[in-house]
Design a protein around this ligand. Sequence first.
Ligand SMILES: [Zn+2]
Length: 419
Amino acid sequence: MKKETAKKPKEDMTEKIYYEDVMCSVFEAKVLSCRQRGDRFEIIPDRSAFYPEGGGQSGDRGFLLCPDRTPESGEGGAGHAVIHVLDTQERDGDLILCCDAPAAEGERIEGHLDWEYRFDRMQNHTGEHIVSGLIHERFGYENVGFHMSSDRMTIDLSGALTEEEIREIERRANEIVWSDVPVYTDLYTEEEAENVEFRSKKELHGTIRVVRIPGADVCACCGTHVLRTGEIGSIRIISHVRFKGGVRMELMCGRWAYNYMTGIFIQNHEVSMALSAKMNETGSAAQKLLQEDAALKFRITQLLYSVIDRKARELRGTGDVLLFAEDFSPLLVQKLTAKVMEECGGSCFSFSGTDDAGYRYAAGESGGDLKELVRKMNQELNGRGGGKPFFLQGSVSASREAIENFLSGEKEGLQIIDL
Ligand SMILES: [Zn+2]
């Protein structure tokens, strides 16, 4: 069952310049109506190059000049008032310029598009068609979700792709760009459209606009596109993740891709300088650095273990000891305590940290029970922690002096040692 055409043409409908001349960025028009809605003014012109939000593409922005206004009319300094167009929408068949100031019915206006904003979206929208079309042709997957933000696009595909397949699609998409083929817009009636093969064939009524890119895609679309694929510049698929049984990919074309790749280039240049590596060898240089770093950490740990062993032997038979070690991990603090308590013949308390950041600790005594003492210490020194009666660990928020005072008061003859 087909629905009736929802939007009936109206007598006073706005002429859509963007469909006749997509490259038009300045145009003259007359105000059909203007009404206030919240803090915005909705101006309906008799013709518009401003494209309204639709088909995943955001509405155009720019400004209107009002050439019939004079400085005496109190509406602007240079003889023209400037009205900013913040967004363009289509509602009930009306094309609405959402503006920051009003215009009078019948007033002449000169529309100026924010061309960089529009052209970015044209480059990206056409690039998206190429990628979706190539994927559809090669794998039969549908584009089931499309979103365009301010610097990238997201598309959801109904099937999964491997990294290699994505790189192949990206390469082929760029070949379509380099071959600079024309982008055609064909108009069909519903009846005619039934015999034409194109993507997005559902829920279409009235005149059907089909965007055709030879070698890449044929798809129903109401958006604005570049005239030739060469204008896209380049296409980059920058990420892809599994999503609902398919894949969600992020892509960028034209200026967005250029800006992104420039950012990546600068980052890579910094890495290259820091690692003294060629720009195309930073990956392997970073891997090498990580391996060296891991080897160094392993070596440091071994050395610290031998320091701990030696210290434990030195402290044989010393009795109760309080040790301060600089910059020890919780694991090293525990190792130190476990080794020393086996040798010292008393209880061992090890701390590592600073007065500002606090100290982590371990407390142990072979066959002893330090539970009550540690509970009291945590209470007095803003600490927390626990463990077995003969071995406990935790942290305190207190100064070294407070730690020394507390434990000296608890353990007579306590020896305080720096590692
Ligand atoms: Zn489209």
